[in-house]
Write a protein that binds this ligand. Structure first.
Ligand code: UDP
Ligand code: MN
Length: 296
């Protein structure tokens, strides 16, 4: 029950968790050593979190990129499933970044939910499409999101919501445990180990998955800006981090600990097979078709 003890306000999130009676679970890690909660099914009462965020007036920006062939392959399913499961009951604005705004599917959104489509250029390398998201997100937080939303969540498009992904996931600075690394010893984490890269790190706390991250607009702005700067510095030095934006995200989270961590329920890959500790899946990896989607 370390969140309860940490109610002495190490961070804002943990004091809220204490007042909403966030519970521990015996079979999994539910708290980091810096006393950020790791959110698993069974720890929280969804109604209390929803009520609290409604009362506080929380509103969420969801950013997602669908550039090139990723649009037809994934966007419709992603958005439809988000309508069913993502932050239901709270105001949500989708920020869809694409090179083909005219092809964005017309989806009927629930009340309190709206969509903004932002045109971006298509980089020819998929690595650059992925990395340059950091710059676009940082720009749109500055120009738009910060005037309309309290929180931001940034998602890969190649995934499907399958269960509640709700207000319990909101926090000051939110990172996700990578489903494939959750059970592995640290020496197998694939951090960037090239000392010439800004993403270089020997060891860290967890291996975080860049398929989603979030936080207050202020923190997500700082994160995306820092990652983008690291990426550009690497380009000037002719290096590229092993896992691109994900390597830079891991480095940032090492230096700026997240205040809230999401368990792999929040981005599960069914190809891993049965794991007793996964009691619900909230977001699933969609099939990857790298051969056809990533060829220019
Ligand atoms: N992306 C895109 N078009 C591309 C490459 C990437 O829209 O040609 C976006 C898309 O949102 C995708 C994300 O960048 O989900 C990250 O790329 P990908 O999902 O292929 O990376 P992986 O999940 O394999 O690390
Ligand atoms: Mn992906």
């Amino acid at each position: 029950k370390c969140h309860l003890e940490s109610a002495k306000m190490l961070n804002l999130d943990s004091s809220v968790d204490a007042s909403l009676n966030l519970q521990s679970r015996p079979d999994v890690l539910t708290c980091t050593y810096w006393k950020a909660a790791i959110i698993w099914e069974g720890m929280f009462d969804p109604r209390l979190y929803d009520e609290m965020h409604k009362m506080k007036g929380s509103s969420v920006a969801l950013t997602v990129f669908a550039v090139g062939r990723y649009l037809d392959a994934y966007l419709h399913t992603f958005l439809n499933s988000a309508e069913q499961h993502f932050m239901v009951g709270l105001p949500v604005t989708y920020y869809v970044f694409t090179d083909m705004p005219e092809k964005v599917p017309n989806i009927k959104l629930s009340p309190l939910r709206s969509m903004k489509v932002i045109k971006v250029e298509k980089n020819s390398r998929w690595q650059d499409v992925s990395m340059m998201r950091m710059k676009s997100i940082s720009d749109v937080i500055e120009s738009d999101i910060r005037h309309h939303c309290t929180h931001v969540f940034c998602f890969d498009v190649d995934q499907v919501f399958t269960g509640r992904f709700g207000s319990e996931a909101l926090g000051d600075s939110v990172a996700l445990l990578h489903a494939h690394y959750y059970h592995l010893p640290k020496y197998l984490y694939t951090y960037d180990r090239n000392p010439n890269s800004k993403a270089y790190m020997e060891t860290g706390d967890f291996y975080y998955h860049a398929a989603l991250f979030g936080g207050s607009w202020k923190n997500v702005k700082a994160l995306t800006k820092a990652c983008y700067q690291g990426i550009m510095e690497d380009k000037q030095n002719n290096v590229e981090a092993l896992w691109h934006d994900e390597s830079h995200l891991n480095k940032y989270m090492l230096l700026h600990k997240p205040s809230r961590v999401l368990s792999p329920e929040y981005c599960w890959d069914t190809s891993i097979g049965f794991r007793r500790y996964i009691q619900v899946t909230r977001l699933l990896w969609a099939p990857k078709y790298y051969d056809t989607l990533r060829t220019p």
